[in-house]
Design a protein around this ligand. Structure first.
Ligand SMILES: [Zn+2]
Length: 97
């Protein structure tokens, strides 16, 4: 089951109508079938209109990646961490000399 903030993000992007379902899936980080499920109404955010927070944590737009997250953004912190080479992940494949 998709968490509420993800479903809400997908619904927002679908509502804007600027991105294809595939592009939305890539941006939000879910599979395309998940976007299709939200678009066809199989998965709804399940929050009553009168209670938008519903006791959920507060999610804000991340200035770094633009996703709606609970700040600080774990995604951006992870990308920064990996780009510093702390995980030993090479940014590009090594070339044979
Ligand atoms: Zn971010």
């Amino acid at each position: 089951m998709l968490p509420y903030p993800v479903v809400s993000e997908i619904e927002d992007l679908l509502g804007e109508g600027r991105l294809s379902r595939r592009a939305i899936a890539r941006q939000v980080g879910v599979s395309r079938w998940a976007v299709d499920a939200v678009a066809t109404g199989v998965r709804r955010s399940g929050v009553a209109d009168g209670d938008p927070d519903g006791g959920q944590p507060v999610y804000l737009r991340c200035p770094g990646c633009g996703m709606r997250v609970e700040l600080p953004c774990v995604y951006c912190r992870t990308v920064a961490y990996v780009s510093r080479g702390r995980l030993g992940v090479a940014p590009r494949a090594r070339r044979a000399a």
